[in-house]
Design a protein around this ligand. Structure first.
Ligand code: NAD
Ligand code: SER
Length: 322
């Protein structure tokens, strides 16, 4: 990416967007990174050290006006509804997620804008290999969120083939982080368990103890987004999402790790509707294509991630922010 890139981050106040915006501002200059919010009002650095605007991603005209006004040449499009919330209102999930990406791609086509758009493990369903899930396999998701991610991947591929839009995508596993609360995904238990431990040394987990999913710590998530966008165009061999694996563990293994760092920690398991979603997703993914094409490499393992989560959340609690 050019050093003078002018970037918009949609979903800029969300779990990933809030941290990605700050990292992009560090790398490309505060004034060059516009955070786009919707309902959530940002606080602190997100609002104070760079531009912020509100828009509904379904309003293409407003989106294009902002892109023109801020002379945007690169969009990280993160605004979306996640799997748990999406299953409660599938029509809404389709409307927001699919109209969001198509609006971004239409403007990108007209204005020669480079796009990053995250897909997800949710593109996979029950009928593909659960371990080391291949890059190319059946995409038959069982959630509306997953359906929107498959549709989005196909749209990205289509806009690239038909119009030459430089759009790049990754299939993230569950993202774990300590700064902004997650927005209603199935993998949220891997974050909520740390909050529970730090707040009152207790957590009620909404999936079974033996549930295994791939997860990734936020610094790796951010590096992946920025690195794939920096890669030379000729090294990008798929405009569908690249599989990305982080580290895989069961909810029970995570609970043990938490208990080692928080003596007396208690956990109960009360699986709800998200259990079936988790069961339909891979245990781990083959991400060798991402490594080969643009040098993807995971930096954060489970123990290091757990230590960092505790350090950050305990500090926030001591500062009165938790
Ligand atoms: P999040 O729920 O924390 O944030 C989503 C953002 O979208 C919010 O800031 C919200 O204000 C915004 N938004 C909602 N409706 C909007 C609208 N109508 N117009 C404009 N903005 C609107 O989500 P996240 O976890 O930060 O995820 C970001 C992206 O990454 C999503 O596409 C998600 O599918 C993908 N992803 C996330 C994970 C994860 O574990 N967090 C994993 C895989 C993929
Ligand atoms: N973490 C996301 C979710 O659970 C997966 O994309 O919805």
């Amino acid at each position: 990416m050019r050093m003078d890139a002018r970037i918009m981050v949609t979903g800029g106040t969300g779990q990933i967007g809030s941290e990605l915006t700050l990292e992009l501002r560090k790398r490309y200059g505060n004034e060059n990174v516009l955070a786009l919010g919707h309902s959530r009002k940002p606080t602190g650095d997100l609002l104070e050290n760079g531009p912020f605007e509100k828009a509904d991603i379904r309003d293409r005209e407003r989106l294009e006006t902002l892109i023109e006004e801020y002379e945007i040449d690169t969009v990280y499009h993160l605004a979306a509804v996640l799997s748990g919330v999406g299953e409660k209102d599938p029509q809404f999930a389709w409307n927001l997620n699919v109209n969001g990406i198509i609006n971004v791609l239409e403007i990108a086509r007209k204005r020669n804008i480079k796009v990053f758009w995250p897909s997800s493990i949710a593109v996979f369903g029950n009928n593909c290999p659960q371990d080391n899930t291949p890059q190319d396999t059946a995409l038959q998701p069982t959630t509306m969120y997953g359906v929107t991610k498959v549709a989005g991947e196909l749209l990205c591929d289509y806009y690239h083939r038909k119009y030459g839009v430089d759009v790049r995508s990754v299939r993230y596993p569950g993202i774990v982080s300590a700064e902004t609360m997650p927005g209603g995904g199935t993998t949220d238990y891997a974050i909520a368990i740390f909050y529970g431990a730090v707040r009152n040394n207790h957590y009620t987990c909404f999936v079974r103890e033996d549930t295994v999913l791939p997860m990734m710590y936020m610094p790796d998530c951010i590096n992946a987004a920025i690195d794939i966008m920096k890669a030379p165009a000729e090294s990008i061999n798929t405009r569908l999402g690249y599989n990305l694996n982080g580290t895989s563990f069961s909810a029970g293994d995570l609970a043990k790790l938490v208990a080692e760092r928080s003596p007396g920690f208690r956990i109960e398991y009360k699986p709800d509707y998200r259990q079936a979603i988790a069961d339909s997703w891979p245990n781990s993914m083959d991400d060798s294509l991402a490594s080969k094409d643009w040098g993807w490499k995971v930096e954060w393992g489970l123990d290091r991630m757990a230590d960092d989560m505790f350090a950050r959340l305990r500090k926030r609690k001591a500062d009165g922010h938790l």
